[in-house]
Design a protein around this ligand. Structure first.
Ligand code: HSE
Length: 403
């Protein structure tokens, strides 16, 4: 019998509870016959009407000091006190599994090291891509490869918003409200729409792929707040779609170029058809080529599915650390922001003649909005793009085109 605890009874925590209860037999079968029993749920709120209200505690020490509890699911989110709780649990010899991408991206190096020292596990499958298996496949099945590139739709909320704008003609605000109601959005949805959530996720994937800790603060991050319905219509007319992309390119020199930004993706790419709350991660390995992971990236049961899978894996590997880790690099591993060239889709009220003079070889796109020039540039660095854009009288839109 494995006794487990849940910390945080929000959207994901209640999903973890539901799965442990409804799929008990399946979990026991998967855990080599060991029954997975829930002993505590930690939450500061009252749940007087809950059918198992006796499981609830407001005191973290109940879990920490209970020698029977071997695995804890941290699904409370945020950095504090999740960091302090996780650290204490790992140090006391309990395994912890989490969906908390902010915590993994910020303190993952230290927490993974503690887990390794204590011979327990810190698993975080649900931290990237919700219910999509991507952390384990990258760590295990793709381990023979040098990873060359990762490009992913890593945030369900923004993907849902962009999709609702084009398919249902909803405004940005209405689509965001829908995403919040469905439990996809972060407590502070700015983390979704400004790209920070996707940034933490690409930092985790890039750290895993390279074995070096990628600090998410070093990743150039743009959200979707400037994307308008007209931009989405232009993309559609160009047989493409606008998606918020987490991107990492691993150079042969060991340097990593990474960015989070809205990008225009040709419909021929499998990423362009990834709609709604679905996420997809395209990984390019030097042996395997392109591999794509696809599924629901947010929401109660999809995310809880990955958390509970980690619980079972931790139960199966009690007292045996699975050695998932990355290290702090000696020097700077991030490539210069100008080491990568993208073509840009630009809209301006300047004339085509002026545009042509500044951008030289560019391709004009049929107008959807009157009295503006819309065009695609040649591939250029960020600095080159900034310099040329500063010569225009105004820039209605500039969006990278994914290679
Ligand atoms: N807010 C996140 C998203 C939840 O929309 O993808 C899953 O990490």
């Amino acid at each position: 019998m494995a006794k487990v605890a849940i910390m945080g009874y929000g959207t994901v925590g209640s999903g973890v509870y539901d799965i442990i209860k409804t799929n008990a037999d399946k979990l026991s079968y998967s855990a080599n016959g060991e029954k997975v029993e829930l002993k505590y749920i930690l939450d500061i709120r009252d749940f007087e009407d809950h059918p198992e209200k006796e499981l609830f505690t407001k005191d973290f020490n109940d879990i920490l000091n209970d020698g029977e509890v071997s695995v804890v699911a941290e699904v409370m989110g945020g950095l504090h006190p999740a960091y302090e709780f996780t650290k204490s649990l790992l140090e006391s010899g309990k395994s912890v599994v989490t969906s908390n991408k902010e915590l993994v991206a910020t303190y993952g190096t230290e927490l993974l090291e503690i887990a390794r020292e204590k011979n327990v596990n810190y698993f975080f499958e649900a931290s990237v891509g919700g219910g999509i298996p991507v952390i384990r496949p990258m760590h295990q099945c793709l381990t023979a490869n040098n990873i060359e590139k990762i490009a992913g739709i890593l945030n369900g909320t923004t993907n849902y918003i962009l999709n609702q704008m084009i398919k249902s003609g909803k405004t940005f605000e209405t689509a965001l409200k829908d995403a919040q109601d469905k439990g996809f959005a972060e407590r502070n949805p700015a983390a979704d729409i400004e790209g920070h959530d996707a940034c933490r996720k690409i930092a985790i994937l890039a750290s895993l792929a390279s074995g070096k800790m990628i600090d998410y603060n070093d990743i150039d991050t743009e959200g979707i707040t400037n994307i308008t319905l007209d931009d989405v219509k232009y993309a559609s007319a160009m047989d493409s779609a606008v998606k918020l992309i987490g991107y990492a390119d691993f150079g042969k020199d060991g340097k990593i170029y990474s960015i989070v930004a809205p990008m225009i993706i040709k419909n021929e790419s499998p990423l362009s058809g990834v709609d709604g709350v679905f996420n997809a991660v395209m990984v390019t390995g030097d042996c395997v080529g392109n591999v794509m992971f696809y599924g629901k990236g947010a929401g109660k049961l999809p995310t809880a599915s990955a958390v509970v899978a980690d619980v079972v894996d931790a139960v199966k590997h009690k007292e045996r650390s699975k050695k998932i880790f990355w290290e702090k690099p000696d020097g700077n591993v991030m490539a210069d922001k100008d080491s990568k060239r993208f073509a840009y889709f630009i809209r301006t009220t300047d004339s085509a003649e002026k545009v042509q003079k500044i951008f030289d070889k560019c391709e004009f796109v049929d107008n959807i909005v009157d009295n503006e020039s819309a065009f695609v540039t040649q591939p250029m660095t960020k600095t080159e793009a900034e310099n040329k854009l500063s010569e225009l009288s105004d820039v209605v839109t500039n969006i990278r085109i994914m290679d």
